[in-house]
Structure formats: structure tokens, C-alpha cells
Design a protein around this ligand. Structure first.
Ligand code: MRU
Length: 352
């Protein structure tokens, strides 16, 4: 039985990008239409759309929006058009630095531009079609990740996850929550423990929202509680997503993931990453080379617009951390579950 998830996070419609506004979940579930490249840059930066695969698709749509603007502004010379849109595409890549899917998907659009022999209108059509193809592939890939991952979920398992690597972090279905969805389709006695995920609370706001929407049992815990529940024997496995995986398997994901991985190792609980190959950056050898996004102080000092700490204190707010590959039991991809030695299994996955 296939699990039918109701959520489609982002899609190309006619000549704009339609996406779920993730800044207002769980209070509202509404869509916004992004009609210009600059709007898309800010939708990514301000996290209206978030999650590595979803921002990849958003970046790809953003390139189409810039291309449309170029034509609307009368740019019909193909060489001039190509140069301008590629410059804007490079700018789009800088909207968020850690998730490599953004660079990956925008680069796919740049390839379309470079390789096209069409006129400006033709190139825009090719970019649209490529964006839609990437969208459709994302869902297919997530279903494969889900099905591979479901094979290692024990019967009746309680699965801990951190942040949101769900349908709302992808086009649909999800990576870590894709594993949950596929496992739940086979065994509806499984359940999820979701870390709150401070400072932006993607676990509390988004993971619980989408699992509740799909009727999958979920228990919300705060970030500091995970070791406690592990020590009580209440967690059977951990599955999280990834923003960038280095060639040796070191994995950047939402801040706090590393803490969960250490706790899982101590308690002998398997800790899995679920991610498409587009999240693997083989150009970097280790996690030390992954750029970590530093976000605003207000995300830490305030909750729902209200200050929660003394004024005038120091604040540091890295958005991601890197889990060393030694702590990872397996990387669940669309090509199967990669196991250590990751340098070898990752390289082999790209040959398949
Ligand atoms: O800052 P966010 O919300 O974009 O961070 C999201 C995560 O860290 C996810 O776990 C990751 O992007 C994987 S999404 C399938």
C-alpha cells in the first residue's frame, strides 16, 4: 500500500511559483504566489520556503522568473539574455549558504541556458519544463528513499526526528518523514517523537503539523529531552534529513542534530540520515568545508516577537551543525542505504 501524502509544498503554475507559506504554520496553511526573481530570493532567505530539496526547487523556479523578467523588459538578444539570467542565477545561489540542493538545482538551470540553441522564448520554455521535471523527480526520489528506509524500521518502532525533513521540506512526501510515511503504510503501530528544534521550531511547528495532517501519531518533545527518552528505552531509531553531505559522509543538518547523534551513539540507537544524492557535495572531502549559515540574533532572543532573555548579552546563532560520519549508521538515498565506509559507498552510489 502506498502512503498518500496530501501536501504539495511548491509547484510551478503557468508563469509563477506557488508555495506553502511556512512562516505561518501551524496557525495558517496558506499559499503564496512568487512572481519575480527577487521575491524568490527573499522567500528562500526569509524561509517562506525552507528545507534543502524545497529550496532547490524554489531556486530553479527563481531562475525561470528572472528569465521571464528579462523578456518582459525587452531583452531578446540571446547572448545578452543568457549572460543576464546566469548572473541572476548565481545571485539566487547566495540566498542561503548551507543546503547544497539550492546550488545543485540552480546549476541544472544554468546548464539548460548554456546548452540551449533556442531563442529567448524557447529558453524560457526549456527552463520551465526543467523546473517541472525537477519537481516531479523530487517526489519520486523521496518515495524511493522512503521505501528503502522503511526496510530498517523495526516493527512498532518509535522514530525520533529533528527539525523538519518532511513533505514541507521537499516538493512532497519528505526524506526522513518519507521513511516514516513508507514505514507507516506497512505498519501503523509506528510513531514519531519530534524534537521542537529551537530556535525556529520547525519540529514543533512544521513536523507535528504535517504528521497530524496525515494522521501519523507524533509526540512533541523539547530538544533537551532526547537523551532522557533514549535512556528509558523509548526510542528505537533516529532519522533526520540533511542540508549537505561531504564525500566522507559528514553531514550538515539543522543545529542540534549533532547532539542527537551523540546521544544516539551513547545509547546504541541507530542514527540515520535520509537524503537524495543531490544533497551530497562530492566536491568537498569533509564536513569542515561545509559553510554554516549564521542567522539573526532575534531568532534566539525572541519567541513570537517577545524577548525571552536579558538585553545586551552575546548571541550566536548558527543554523546548522555537522554530524561526523562515525555517528551515522546509514545514509538512506534513492539508490539504497549507503553504509560506512562512506567515501567508498558514496562514490559507488554516483556510479550506479
Ligand atoms: O533551516 P531549515 O528549516 O531550511 O533547515 C531544514 C533542515 O535542516 C532539514 O533537516 C534539511 O533541510 C533536510 S530537508 C529534507
Amino acid at each position: 500500500m502506498e502512503f498518500k501524502s496530501k501536501i504539495k509544498t511548491i509547484e510551478w503554475v503557468d508563469n509563477y511559483s506557488k508555495m506553502v507559506d511556512q512562516t505561518v504554520i501551524p496557525y495558517e496553511y496558506k499559499f503564496v504566489n512568487i512572481t519575480t526573481g527577487e521575491q524568490m530570493f527573499h522567500a528562500i532567505k526569509d524561509m517562506i520556503v525552507r528545507g534543502a530539496p524545497a529550496i532547490g526547487i524554489a531556486g530553479a523556479h527563481g531562475v525561470v522568473l528572472y528569465a521571464q523578467e528579462a523578456l518582459n523588459n525587452g531583452m531578446t538578444n540571446v547572448e545578452e539574455f543568457k549572460k543576464w539570467v546566469i548572473e541572476k542565477a548565481e545571485y539566487m545561489k547566495t540566498s542561503r549558504p548551507t543546503a547544497v540542493n539550492l546550488m545543485w538545482a540552480v546549476e541544472k538551470q544554468i546548464e539548460v541556458i548554456k546548452n540551449s540553441h533556442s531563442d529567448v522564448k524557447g529558453i524560457i520554455e526549456e527552463l520551465k519544463q526543467n523546473g517541472i521535471k525537477l519537481e516531479n523527480e523530487d517526489i519520486e526520489i523521496n518515495k524511493k528513499i522512503g521505501d528503502y528506509g522503511a526496510e530498517v524500521v523495526p516493527k512498532g518502532a518509535t522514530i525520533l526526528t529533528h527539525c523538519n525533513a518532511g513533505a514541507l521540506a521537499t516538493v512532497g512526501y519528505g526524506t526522513a518523514l518519507g521513511v516514516v510515511r513508507s514505514a507507516y503504510a506497512k505498519d501503523n503501530s509506528i510513531q514519531v517523537f519530534a524534537d521542537e528544534t529551537r530556535p525556529r521550531q520547525q519540529g514543533a511547528r512544521i513536523t507535528t503539523f504535517e504528521l497530524a495532517m496525515d494522521g501519523i501519531p507524533v509526540t512533541l518533545i523539547t530538544d533537551g529531552m532526547c537523551s532522557y527518552f533514549m535512556s528509558k528505552g523509548m526510542i528505537d531509531m533516529v532519522v533526520v534529513g540533511a542540508d549537505r553531505i561531504a564525500a566522507n559522509g559528514d553531514t550538515a543538518n539543522k543545529i542540534g542534530t549533532y547532539t542527537v547523534a551523540i546521544a544516539a551513539k551513547y545509547h546504541n540507537i541507530p542514527f540515520y540520515i535520509a537524503a537524495p544524492l543531490s544533497t551530497i557535495d562530492t566536491s568537498i572531502k569533509t564536513g569542515k568545508e561545509i559553510p554554516i549559515e549564521e542567522r539573526s540574533r532575534e531568532e534566539v532572543t525572541h519567541i513570537n516577537g517577545k524577548r525571552i532573555c536579558a538585553e545586551g548579552i552575546n548571541i550566536i546563532n548558527p543554523g546548522f551543525d555537522v554530524t561526523p560520519h562515525e555517528l551515522i549508521a546509514g545514509i538512506i538515498t534513492e539508490k539504497g542505504i549507503l553504509r560506512p565506509d562512506y567515501t567508498k559507498s558514496i562514490a559507488e552510489a554516483f556510479q550506479k
